[in-house]
Design a protein around this ligand. Sequence first.
Ligand code: SAH
Length: 369
Amino acid sequence: MTGLNNHLINLIKLHGPIPISSYMTEVLTNPKYGYYVNQKAFGVEGDFTTAPEISQMFGELIGLWFADVWLKMDRPHKIHLIELGPGRGTLMADFIRVLRVLPEFLNVIELHFVEASPQMADIQKKKMSKFEGTINWHETVKSALNAAENDLEPTFIIANEFFDALPVRQFQKGELGWHERMVTVNEKGDGLTTMLSPFPVQEVRLPEHLKMGELHSVIEVSPMTEFITDEICKHLKLYNGTALFIDYGYTIHRTGETLQAIEKHKYANIYKNPGLADLSAHVNFKKVMDIIEASGLVSLGPVYQGKFLSDMGIEERVKILTKQATAEQSKDILNALNRLVAPDEMGTLFKVVGILSEADIEVSGFNDD
Ligand code: SAH
């Protein structure tokens, strides 16, 4: 029984059942019991491994992608570089290191980290200790965008496995309409379970073609993902710049639930022992693309992560790295390559989406062939 379990039971007894989105927010970011506050989430020892933790090549290639955009934007003399949910700071450390080849870009970067967990922010501070420029930490995307607005300079934004951590709401189709799935206390009163809200919602902003969804089908929406994407688009429209979102997700509207709990690299029960397992949901990239397109900015992708990294030259990078490596190291590098790009690993599950404020720039990574 976790502390968060008891906290939520008391809360629900007092206020009534809570939407799944509120449950997810509590599980991940509750200041006392939240998953990201207490767990050693990442790596072999942790509950899951992310692309930057698998290989330095990932952050390096992302860094080179942004460097290319910076050059093609005619070298703006200042860039606000915002990372959403930097985790252990590994991606940004690799990004910054690779920019030694282009110090003119490195020197104009002011960094902003958006991080909800003070514990993760501490880890990031240590990891970034070699960075000589300014780093600001923000608890919300809004606050980072506000800070970047001060001097009207372009903004570059990177988010790897951030949007999957944002809360989702779930609705199930009943005879009368769509009912929200809520978290409530079980019959014994010692644990949590789900129920459907007795009344259908009046106005779920459903994609038009899902309004006729089959009886009992479930849909997920992530209002926070939509809100943040919209805020980012508005900002890029005004101040110029670019963004890359990388995550697992789907590229056409679909029914079905994707919320999952992962503990020690295995699926776990979503409602048991809240705070001990990571919760995440697949990102609706169709919705994200619709928002970008409606803003009038250039949308890039979605492309498979494997394709994006190949276009960015990951195989060539592997060749260079393995030339200088021992047999053991070479095996690790090839293994990492496989995990990042192979279709049965992260290669096709993960997608890359980009936003660009300038229509006349040709970028790498998103070729159609
Ligand atoms: N990008 C990293 C970490 C991904 S895990 C990597 O690829 O390794 C998600 C990260 O987002 C963690 O740093 C977590 O603390 C942070 N996070 C989760 N929900 C958040 C929220 N609502 N606001 C800000 N940061 C959040």
